[in-house]
Write a protein that binds this ligand. Structure first.
Ligand SMILES: C[S@@+](CC[C@H](N)C(=O)[O-])C[C@H]1O[C@@H](n2cnc3c(N)ncnc32)[C@H](O)[C@@H]1O
Length: 210
């Protein structure tokens, strides 16, 4: 089974079974120092300059959570796979971070609100992403932002969310929004890629503040 972001059966993947080898992919485990540096640099630009509360939804083994924690942010990760959550807890042991088993569309965080929702390679596989984005908006503090890393994987029968579709879904709720193309930076993937990969960083009007 492949467990890349380009996995055509992501919504049906047994993520518990995939967890032990998930980090073997260069952009998952970030074990190669150059790949790790590339993601750290992007993340630094996407996250606020001050220490912030970051909610990493579909956090997997916590690789991006760890980078965010290393940059001084307080991280909460949520994943529906207990095996992924166990690995994330181990990876961030001793850090200012907490990991919860739960559904990214309705994370079990109670009344807690966040400065950033960080979501990599998860939204495209969730049913009704437009509705999910509206729900996520309610988890942000005023001035909060969404950092969404997505793509369209494969060229023969591509799957994923094209950037223009995602920005269209964001239009009703987003303020300032920028799309960053990631396909051309092979340091991020550990190899050259020719499909569409991108990040969207969007400030969001929180409910009641429109
Ligand atoms: C392709 S992996 C990405 C992991 C991580 N975001 C990363 O970039 O390394 C997708 C992750 O989303 C999780 N996931 C899938 N559907 C989910 C849902 N509805 N709620 C929470 N987590 C989910 C899976 O368990 C898996 O860990």
């Amino acid at each position: 089974m492949t467990t890349n972001g380009d996995d055509r059966t992501a919504s049906r993947t047994d993520w518990d079974a995939a967890a032990p080898s998930f980090d073997d992919e260069p952009d998952h485990g970030l074990r190669d120092p150059e790949v790790r540096r590339a993601w750290a640099g992007r993340l630094r630009a996407w996250l606020p300059g001050r220490p912030s509360d970051v909610l990493d939804l579909g956090c997997g083994t916590g690789s991006l959570s760890l980078l965010a924690a290393e940059q001084g942010h307080r991280v909460t990760g949520v994943d529906s796979s207990p095996a992924m959550v166990d690995l994330a807890r181990a990876k961030l042991a001793g850090r200012d971070a907490a990991f919860l088993v739960g559904d990214a569309t309705s994370p079990p965080v109670g009344e807690q609100r966040y400065d950033v929702l960080l979501v990599r390679h998860v939204l495209w596989a969730l049913p009704d992403p437009g509705r999910v984005l509206r729900q996520w908006r309610g988890l942000l503090r005023p001035g909060g932002r969404l950092v969404l890393v997505e793509g369209v994987w494969g060229t023969v029968s591509p799957v994923g969310i094209p950037a223009d579709l995602l920005t269209g879904l964001l239009a009703p709720i987003a303020g300032e929004l920028r799309v960053e193309r990631l396909s051309d930076d092979e340091r991020l993937w550990g190899r050259a890629v020719d499909d569409e990969r991108y990040a969207v960083v969007a400030s969001v009007q929180v409910l009641g503040q429109e």
